[in-house]
Ligand binder design. Structure first.
Ligand SMILES: Cc1ncc(COP(=O)(O)O)c(C=O)c1O
Length: 457
């Protein structure tokens, strides 16, 4: 092999670029913000992924969240195999999809200091988080007879036209399209506010009386790095939204069944102590969206809410929504098995592993003299190269993000696969045991030194 020989990862990346736009089927996989060649993964087991060159990496991406139990959990794989042997897709109802809806509704009924807190009464299964939030918005518009939607800067709700509106626009300014191809008329239906800013919220309701159908918020922001709600923010948001006759859509696509048995809302409704945000109690959103963990690694997502709103969906009501593969039997089997195995012990383990790893990252960066903060929301955390709390998207972007690529590559050279962007959460799983955490800890000092000697590009 000459020094110019391309690695198998490089060869596959090249082949992919020739036939797939940018070589990827979802943009962040292209490693644009860290550079270098993305790994071509051929298998994953527990806490590790293996690339086409046969090298194994400790994985901190976990399929961007779904792999709560670790990759290829034997009981989840067996459930999918059994379902597959019975048929891949029927285009008709199945007992298992009802069981999954029952399981989710049971999980969302939590004990709060005020008593049993009902979360949702109905659940509709879809295939992606994008569909779940898109349908929730349509439902909110139908239920209120209003058009405008409010979202927060730095929150991601999938790639439907109206939800790609970007940050940066001032209070109550209509957002510019966040993507080419989104008509101005559609972007103009979305108002973008700074996160954690209740004053801005009050002002937007005052500026658009009786026109706002819904406010959509990530239960805890985790798509601009971790951006936790301030103590009591979600509860106050729910009150304010209701006061103005709009609906609150709580997007738990990322947090749902990942940060706790009933997602982030379950932690807050139960008054749990959450690193990064102390729970406010006694509030419910109008609609909740789920994705990722609910499908255990298969394409499955959902939206839920009270019967009075959810029954507006076809065939009962006038709001149309459908899907050839909605409630797909393999995806439902993976989701049911995952939820069955996602016990309180699993969450306790993932919480402890995340806390321990976040401390180790911070210790290594401190030892290397690198200014940083580790924002946390339950078991989710990210690394930001700045000092001071991160409260909104402007804070999240105000960091020396150029320190991340050398940090990322030093970790990868040591066999640890981090999310390929400073603006992503790190995902732990039930399979990240002490031995795995030790492998990550061992890689941290050199990576921290690489971050310390990085220079702005
Ligand atoms: C909070 C949130 N909502 C919605 C989505 C979109 O989900 P999907 O990628 O399944 O369409 C994501 C995806 O990362 C997400 O994190």
């Amino acid at each position: 092999m000459t020094t110019n020989a391309r690695s198998a990862n490089q060869e596959w990346a090249e082949r992919a670029r020739a036939v797939i736009p940018g070589g990827v089927n979802s943009p962040v996989r292209a490693h644009r913000s860290v550079g270098g060649t993305p790994l071509a993964i051929v298998s994953a087991q527990g806490a590790t992924v293996t690339d086409v060159e046969g090298r194994e990496y400790v994985d901190l991406v976990a399929s961007w969240g779904p792999a709560l139990l670790g990759h290829a959990h034997p009981e989840v794989v067996a459930a999918v195999q059994e379902a597959a042997a019975r048929g891949l897709s029927f285009g008709a109802s199945t007992p298992a999809e009802t069981e999954l809806a029952e399981a989710v509704i049971a999980r969302l009924t939590v004990d709060s200091p005020e008593g049993r807190a009902p979360g949702i009464e109905r659940l509709r299964l879809v295939s992606t988080g994008t569909e779940a939030t898109m349908t929730a918005i349509r439902l909110a518009r139908a239920a209120t007879g209003r058009d405008l939607v409010v979202k927060f800067a730095g929150h991601y709700h999938g790639h439907s036209d109206g939800l790609l509106a970007e940050a940066g626009s001032g209070l109550a300014t209509f957002a510019l399209p966040g993507s080419a191809g989104v008509p101005d008329a559609i972007a103009a239906q979305t108002l973008v506010l700074p996160y954690n800013d209740l004053e801005a919220l009050e002002q937007v309701f005052a500026a658009h009386p009786d026109r706002i159908a819904a406010v959509i918020t990530e239960a805890a922001g985790a798509n601009a790095g971790v951006l936790a709600p301030l103590p009591g923010f979600n509860g106050r948001l729910a009150l304010e939204v209701r006061k103005h006759g709009a609906l609150l859509i709580l997007d738990e696509v990322l947090t749902g069944f990942r940060v706790g048995p009933a997602g982030w809302w379950g932690l807050e409704a139960a008054g749990g102590v959450i690193p990064g945000a102390v729970g406010s109690t006694g509030w419910t959103p109008d609609l909740i969206t789920f994705g990722k963990v609910i499908g255990g690694g298969m394409p499955l997502a959902a939206l839920g809410g009270p019967a009075a709103i959810m029954d507006l969906l076809a065939p009962l009501g006038p709001v149309y929504q459908a899907g050839t593969l909605s409630g797909n039997p393999l995806a439902v089997a993976a989701g049911l098995a995952t939820l069955r195995l996602a016990t309180p012990e699993v969450y306790a383990h993932v919480d402890a592993a995340a806390a321990s790893l976040a401390d180790a990252v911070s210790d290594a960066l401190t030892a290397a003299g690198v200014a940083h903060v580790i924002p946390r929301a339950g078991s989710l955390f990210s690394v930001a190269f700045r000092e001071g709390a991160i409260v909104d998207y402007d804070d999240a972007r105000d960091q020396e993000a150029w320190r991340y690529p050398p940090f990322f590559h030093a970790m990868r050279d040591a066999g640890v696969a981090l999310p390929p962007s400073a603006f992503e959460a790190w995902f732990l799983t039930a399979a990240h045991d002490d031995a795995v955490l030790d492998r990550i800890r061992a890689a941290l000092p050199a990576a921290a030194r690489a971050a310390a000697t990085a220079a702005p590009s």
